[in-house]
Design a protein around this ligand. Structure first.
Ligand code: ADP
Length: 504
């Protein structure tokens, strides 16, 4: 497939104004400035290769300053002195500003990352606002407890009064990936700010634009100086410096399992608290009685949305043998019906992958699988002026030991495998180092709930896939991560408990 792509200019004045200033500075202590090295790197539209902006290449010195600024802000009157209600209102104000600027943020996200405008504008940008709204509500509900104790060795006539208080964990390093840039940043910033923490955010080097625009909006909302600092740059420099920094208390990371393991090692120096949302290879089990229309539509969305660059992507489908051929056929038709194009073209269903390297990586996985005996039922082609497009692809005859079945591809590629009974489906589903998510498709809800208990994963969907909301905890079992984002559990990651035990 050859795609003729021309540059599509954003419609919103906000996006145009933002892009008109080509060099994007970093945010430290409430001020935008150049980095210490005064080096810049380009960020491009993955569909056309057009350079969108130049980003500041952050250094260790920039990280030191950003962390120092976050540390100062942590105990500043301007931040610590806010009442919980004031903090909550500030988060809601940020949510409002994201909503007001949704067209502009969506256009910037699509230009920078590639995803369809529909996905940016109607899913991810509003979901980012909802993060601030949801966690803003917690600010006035962060409570300690009073604890009746059984201590019996106090002096005669004295009593024990014991209680807990909750405190912000401190300075947080938030490190985000390139698949859903603004949403991933919001999922860390919102609970961190609700808890009273301060943050140094390092967005992915491929997709930093919306994080930088959010930085401007947060200042406009009235966020005190230094509460959120943003340092762009490369993972091995800025990310590594943050994760090893002795004055960072916690790292909130979403990205690959490989980098997650590096962060665990780097964080050991001062035993930083960690939340890690890592890779996945999520199974979808389709039982013979499933509503096929629902299942095909849900699985197709589950694997092809955002061109498969989704940590919970339904990349392994296990279909009962009696329906497997139909599943392959219908998924292939669904794949072929998706229109590839520039994300800002309203007719586009799927945009490019984030860059050529990622598209080549996806193509290499499929080629290797083919060489090992896998069949391509549909797709399997790379295209576009920059080679960044990869057709939604359905593969069969993928054996469990192949890398195509074991590793996270992060592309629109699904392997469909038949099973004969539920036990076999479970064995297949659990045959993975990952445990992020999975879905079960059946009308037999008793069977679905029994299976849900046995699939090793942090989220199980029944008759749906990739359903998210800020109130639903999201995290990985096995090598898919530590801790949970979203929900009350998501806030816990940013809080410490202090027990006060008094003799009175
Ligand atoms: P992906 O494969 O999805 O890009 P990565 O795990 O490579 O995921 O990257 C996710 C984030 O982690 C990015 O912001 C990247 O810059 C950052 N990163 C990469 N290497 C390191 C590292 N050694 N230490 C800390 N952060 C890193």
């Amino acid at each position: 497939m050859t795609l003729a792509l021309t540059t599509i200019a954003p419609k919103s004045q906000g996006a145009r104004d933002f892009l008109a200033k080509r060099r994007k500075q970093i945010l430290i202590g409430g001020a935008w400035r150049n980095g210490a090295s005064a080096s810049w790197f380009e960020t491009a539209d993955p569909a056309t290769g057009e350079i969108l902006a130049e980003l500041c290449e952050g250094t260790v010195a920039d990280v030191d300053e950003a962390v120092a600024s976050a540390r100062t802000a942590l105990s500043s009157t301007a931040w610590k002195g806010l009442t919980p209600s004031q903090r909550g209102k500030l988060l809601w104000k940020i949510a409002e500003l994201i909503d007001t600027h949704a067209d502009e943020l969506a256009e910037l996200e699509t230009l920078d990352q590639g995803k369809s405008f529909r996905t940016s504008r109607f899913a991810e940008i509003p979901a980012s606002a909802e993060q601030f709204r949801y966690f803003g509500g917690f600010c006035t509900k962060i409570l300690g407890t009073t604890i009746p104790t059984s201590i019996s060795y106090q002096p005669a006539g004295k009593q024990i009064f014991a209680y807990t208080t909750r405190e912000p964990v401190g300075v947080v390093a938030a490190i985000t990936p390139w698949n859903s840039p603004l949403l991933m940043a919001a999922m860390k910033l919102a609970p961190a700010l609700a808890a009273g923490c301060t943050v140094v955010l390092k967005p992915a080097e491929e997709t930093s634009l919306t994080a930088l625009r959010l930085g401007e909006l947060m200042l406009e909302a009235g966020l005190p100086d230094g509460v959120v600092n943003i340092v762009t740059g490369f993972g091995e420099v800025v990310g590594a410096a943050l994760t090893a920094h002795p004055d960072v208390d916690k790292v909130a990371f979403t990205g690959s399992t490989e980098v997650g393991k590096m962060i665990v090692a780097a964080a050991a120096g001062n035993l930083k608290k960690l939340t890690l949302e890592l890779g996945g290879k999520s199974p979808a089990i389709i039982l013979p009685d499933a509503d096929m229309t629902l299942a095909i539509d849900g699985v197709a969305r589950g694997i092809f949305s955002n061109s498969g660059q989704v940590c919970v992507a339904a990349s392994r489908v296990y279909a009962h043998r009696s329906v497997c051929d139909a599943v392959v056929d219908r998924l292939s038709k669904a794949a072929s019906a998706l229109r590839l194009g520039h994300g800002l073209d309203p007719a586009t269903d799927l945009g490019p992958l984030v860059n050529r390297r990622q598209a080549d990586r996806v193509a290499a996985y499929v080629a290797e699988g083919q060489a090992e005996g896998a069949n391509i039922a549909s797709g399997g082609t790379q295209s576009g002026e920059c080679g960044t497009f990869y057709a939604p692809t359905v593969v069969t005859a993928v054996r469990s030991e192949m890398r195509l079945m074991r590793e996270e591809i992060f592309g629109p590629v699904v392997a469909v495998t038949p099973f004969d009974d539920v036990e076999e489906a479970l064995t297949y589903a659990n045959d993975s180092p990952y445990g992020l998510a999975g879905s079960i498709w059946t009308k037999d809800l008793s069977c679905a709930h029994r299976l849900a208990a046995q699939v090793k994963a942090g989220t199980i969907w029944i008759n749906c896939h990739s359903y998210f909301s800020p109130e639903l905890p999201k995290g990985g079992h096995r090598q898919s991560g530590w801790g949970y984002e979203n929900g009350a559990l998501g806030l816990e990651n940013y809080l410490e408990t202090k027990t006060v035990c008094a003799l009175i």
